[in-house]
Write a protein that binds this ligand. Sequence first.
Ligand code: UDX
Length: 431
Amino acid sequence: MKMSVIGCGYLGAVHAAAMASLGHDVVGIDVDAAKIEALAAGRAPFFEPGLPELLTADHETGSLRFSTDVSEITGSAVHFIGVGTPQRRDGNGADLQYVDAAVESLLPHLSPGDLVVGKSTVPVGTAERLAALIEPTGAELAWNPEFLREGFAVKDTIEPDRLVYGVRSDRAVEILDQVYAQALSTGTPRLVTDFPTAELVKTAANAFLATKISFINAMAEIAEATGADVTQLADAIGHDVRIGRKFLNAGVGFGGGCLPKDIRAFSARAEELGRGESVAFLKEVDAINLRRRRRVIDLVTDALGGSAYNKRVAVLGLAFKPDSDDIRDSPALDVAVQLHGLGADVVAWDPEAVDNARRLHPQLGYADDLDGVLAGAEAVVLVTEWKQFRELDPAKTAEAVASATIVDGRNVLDPQEWRAAGWTYQGLGRP
Ligand code: UDX
């Protein structure tokens, strides 16, 4: 099928490349000329495992083009909207300016029978409003939320665990079935819903995931008051299949371009609908999450004898999670910035996110590699669980630092092993 993808960020670029690799003929559109230039040359403008290989392969088959000119969507029958919906600067709601601009830019180029497919995460009610703009052109709207995880975005796009179609006609279902023919042929569950249900599926999924993480982080707070070990607690309750062990890793908490802003936008939307109390717990979920960052900073300060002032602190990790260079609402970067604010001599390193972090926070110290970040450290704090950090050898690491003191903000190191190598080890919610 001939299709366009409006917005070539973490969501849209992966979607465009994945659709082309499935045999579709795709044009990706973005207003950011530098991003389009990179993509058109077959280069990924951000770190995402598997994306460079897809772009190169699509480049060779000629099935994927990129442009800043939205008129190039003419001839495509399906138009995906994959632009961002960040938090508003003046409140907790979602900022819909990019979605609105994408739809406005599409309108003059739509032909009767075209299908516009929203993938961005939007407040419930948005699709209905946008449909009123699109339907007069003879085109139709569907809402088809995207559940991809950064770091696994390519796999999640090509082999999604479910497909949700928010539609108003059988024809829209038929078109989406053609788009996703490959995934459907392998038995991927497909749910056909109305607009508000499709919009809410995404919001509810992210709210649930955020709640699960904050639940275990709340248990970590209780563990800290009682001497219990939250990692064992998670293992034990996780054996109950109704609970499950996934997303029960206590630590510095969740960040990224989705969970934090999505739970805030959900609260804001629920309040507009007069149902604020139904999701009032999400405010607590957010508060627990932010308290964990504070806890990590307090542990580092305690480990340094009560003050971080002028102390060399090695921050391991800047991205909001491993296998990503995304620093949006990153707990790791937040910890680094707050420690710097306390007067610490912060030196941070991340396998992929240093350049992004340096652009936003040039005041922090950055190392070029793992050896550089550890050299002379008076305390080490692990805040993004990259493989390089999980596999650190405690004895060798002890030789590199000035003082063998570590705060494991992701609970990924073995406390016994590290203590045996002479380290003062402190995890979160662990004795
Ligand atoms: C999330 C959803 O998983 C995805 O379905 C949705 O489409 C977008 O938002 P993503 O933001 O890529 O994806 O990251 P995810 O893997 O969900 O992790 C989010 C945050 O939670 C990260 O900061 C991660 O470190 C943290 N996390 C995750 C925990 O602190 N503990 C856990 O047990 C799991």
